[in-house]
Structure formats: structure tokens, C-alpha cells
Design a protein around this ligand. Sequence first.
Ligand code: THU
Ligand code: ZN
Length: 309
Amino acid sequence: MGAAAAVELTGFVMGAEEAERAAAAAGVASVKDLLPLLVPSAMKRARVPISRFPVGAVGLGASGRVYVGVNLEFAGVPLSQSVHAEQFLVANAAAAGERALRAVAVSHMPCGHCRQFLQEIRGAAGISILVTSDAAGEGRTPEWRTVASLLLRPFGPHDLLPENVPLVLETHDNPLGDLTAAPAVANGFAAGGGDLEARLKEAAAAAARGSHAPYSECPSGFAVADGDGRIYAGGCLESAAYNPTLGPVQTAIIAMVAAGGGPVEDVEAAALVEKEGAAVAQEAMGRIFLDAVAPRASFLVYKYKPSDA
Ligand code: THU
Ligand code: ZN
């Protein structure tokens, strides 16, 4: 590959044919070789009020689609709630129904948490990684390497789960049972009922059904609405090592950013769906997050009974 020029992105997902066309136009041999050319454009979409250190990641799915990830930081919230570019990419691919990830080009060397988070993907060891800042200044072209080479002897899902349990990019349809009729209302005022409230509840419930919670068995989903009534939702994406887990608040914000929405301060109403008496509960984190970034937002919490109750 020669010194091909950077290519501008138009969104956070690129269709397979669009990606093929962009690769041809850029003069590279394959969509895989296009990925590093998209990284500078991805980096511009990072939201980094704390570090001012934008990270961009661009991945190729088995479907041929291309997914973008950026890092997200939230002023006023603990650092542990930050989203890494690689995590954003996986959440973005999962939300689009992508079944496998083939290759990822990323601006900086993936950290330990990200190497661990990638283990939630079946076949993670064989995913190709290229770090665009690698060998910078030495005049060499960065090389593809495998995730296996970055994380030797990994701890992963199958240290805790049987082989056949769905992993993060596989189909999830968690049974929720009935949602309690009366939601808890926080932050001073109710959303006023009606259509928006019903849509938020349904979006949060759908996200909880699709969430990846095999370790806690506490599926959860979060939905946010902006001032124009647009709704974005996400479910928790757990990690076998627990701490790299993305909570439902984070994945809802990922969905908002990926759809071109935001800023996060625009959130006017939010809803959480989670298990009653959950061993891993999200309500308090949802409140902390909203208090910090969108303190006027209404917050409705719906609980479902454990399905074996
Ligand atoms: N960051 C990533 O997005 N990926 C990595 O693996 C390295 C670190 C982000 C997290 C934080 O927003 C900033 O870079 C500084 O650590
Ligand atoms: Zn990381």
C-alpha cells in the first residue's frame, strides 16, 4: 500500500457497497486497507472535554459494513464512565446486528481494558488490528497484527460461561416479564406521560432485551430523548472481567452520538428498564450521570420481575 490519502466519513456506519466504492476511489486493494485511511476522520468525532486526546477506531464487519468508534468523556462524572473508541465501535456494530468483526484500524495502541473488552467477541483472537500511529516518525507503514498477539493467554467469556451462550455480537432476546406499571420518578418532575414516555419505555425495554448480560443476569436498557423528541437507546454490554463493561447509560449515549445527535446536554428525558432487586443495578448511575450532564432531564425507572419469579 502506498501513501494513500485520508478519506472523510459521513457517519458512524458505512454500507458494504459504499465501503467497496470508497476503497476503489482511494486506490487501495480492499476495504480492510481503507480502514486506516478513515481513522483521521473518525478522530474528529471524539468528544473529549477532559483529556483533549481524541481516539478513533474503524472496523470491518463480516457483513462488509464499516463501523466507527470514538472516545467519549463526560465532565462531572467518574472517569470509569468514559467510553473508549474500541468499545464504541463494538457497541455500534452490536446495535447494527453485525455478527463478527474482521479487522480494526485505530489511532492509538488499544489499552488493556479494550484488549479485554474485545474478548467478548467470538473469535476475538483472530481479529486484525492496525495502529495508525505505530512506527510514526520511523517512516515505516504500520502492520496488521492479531488481537491474540496483543493479549497473550486471555481471560475470557468461557472462563465463566458454557461455549453456547451468545456472545456480544450474537442474538440476544432476554425475557423481561411485566414492567411495573408505576415508574419511579426522579429529578423533580415527570415526563408528563403520553407518547414520549411510552416511546422511551419501549426503547429502553427493547434495549434491555437485546443487552449482553450473561455474567450478572441483570439485563438493562436505557433510553434518552432530545429536545426534538428523537430517542436513542442502548443496553448493557458486559465483560467477563466485569470492569471493562459498558453500562446502558453509556451505550445509549453511544447510540445518540452514532446517530449524529447530541450534545449530551440536549437530553430532556430518560428511561431505564432493569430487573427488580437487581444484583447489578443501574438506577443510581443513571441518576449520577443525568445530574452531571443534563440536570433538568426527567428520569423514569421501570422494573421487571425476575423471569424465574
Ligand atoms: N482511549 C481510548 O479510546 N482507547 C484506548 O484504548 C486508549 C485510551 C481514550 C480513553 C480516554 O478518553 C483517553 O483516550 C485518554 O486515556
Ligand atoms: Zn481502551
